[in-house]
Design a protein around this ligand. Structure first.
Ligand code: ZN
Length: 330
């Protein structure tokens, strides 16, 4: 049998930005799906239609492998597992997300609502709006049955399309983000680590008693790692396939470093909260997409703090819950 080592993309439209997500299908020697799309009827229908074009149904899938535990990538995994014998695979460190029922999303929501968004210096009404957005997303989370759920990690190998794929742990967009690399054909399935457009360093809710893990510094290290690799084609989590991975990485790095310096100048000029920086650096973003700006700004500040150019102090929040993080030049 002639094996086709290339993955077939299936694009699934999303009801929110970035408008669509890619899942990838390997048909041989057994059907494997990389990522699963968002949990909605429309996304399910799109997945079923995409599989039908390859003469498959969800019941034919043997494995569903999730690149990272974000809802647009794992949402339909539970339903696929219910309607097939498929095993669902995700990074060891993200298995708990796949087990979360809606009420258990509470830990993440509580962190955003009580710590992260107040810490950024947002007013109450914006905290409520952003938290409501996260909450709406959480309502679409369906847990994967334990007996279907399997973990993997850095260095593990998979056999898809008749060739061997290596697992790379590339934190940054998510602390549990994984990429898959096929060395002979130099293909990279990048999840949201490497997109043609810069992805966002999303902040995870830390475990109880642990500090927040800075996302953008980790992302920069992951960029360095991928830049050094010989890659011909990138299969991203969103958007079209692309070929010039080093050009993409260099452009992203340059933009991040430029924006970081811009951020530094604003802090130097006395703008000392993330919310204040959002107004001057992301004024072009509509409020409902403002979370993207918040992640980036927190990332620039994390980079500047790592360079010991900016210091953070914690200030009591007048009349509200939580505390505000204030930034000044060291
Ligand atoms: Zn995504």
């Amino acid at each position: 049998m002639q094996l086709d080592s290339n993955a077939t993309p299936i694009r699934i439209e999303l009801p929110f930005r970035p408008d669509s997500v890619n899942v990838y299908l390997f048909r041989q020697p057994e059907p494997v799906l990389i990522d699963a799309g968002y949990n909605s009827t429309a996304c399910w229908d799109a997945l079923v239609a995409g599989l039908a074009e390859q003469h498959l149904t969800p019941a034919d899938l043997k494995h569903v492998v999730i690149t990272h535990p974000h809802i647009d990538h794992y949402g339909l995994a539970a339903r696929i597992a219910r309607e097939s014998d498929a095993k669902v695979w995700i990074a060891h460190g993200a298995m708990h997300v796949m087990r979360l029922t809606n009420p258990q999303w509470g830990h993440r929501l509580a962190y955003y609502h009580d710590v992260l968004l107040p810490g950024m210096g947002l007013p109450d009404d914006m905290i409520e709006r952003f938290a409501a957005n996260v909450n709406r997303t959480a309502l679409h989370s369906e847990p994967v049955a334990d007996e279907c759920l399997f973990g993997f990690g850095e260095g593990d190998v998979f056999h898809w399309g008749g060739v061997t794929w290596q697992t790379l742990h590339t934190p940054g967009h998510d602390s549990q983000q994984m990429c898959f690399y096929q060395p002979e054909t130099r293909q990279l399935i990048s999840g949201d680590m490497l997109l043609a457009k810069a992805p966002t360093p999303v902040v995870d809710a830390p475990n109880a008693g642990e500090p927040r893990k800075p996302s953008l510094p980790a992302f920069m290290q992951s960029l360095d790692r991928l830049e050094a690799m010989d890659i011909d084609v990138v299969y991203p989590g969103h958007g079209e396939l692309f070929w010039q991975h080093r050009q993409v990485i260099q452009a992203q790095r340059e933009r991040i470093l430029n924006r970081k310096e811009e951020c530094y100048q604003h802090v130097k000029n006395g703008i000392n909260t993330v919310a204040g920086l959002l107004k001057v650096m992301y004024a072009y973003l509509p409020l409902e997409h403002g979370m993207v700006g918040l992640w980036m700004l927190l990332g620039y500040l994390d980079l500047l703090r790592a360079e010991e150019r900016v210091c953070e102090t914690i200030v009591e929040r007048a009349g509200g819950i939580g505390a505000v993080w204030h930034y000044t030049v060291c």
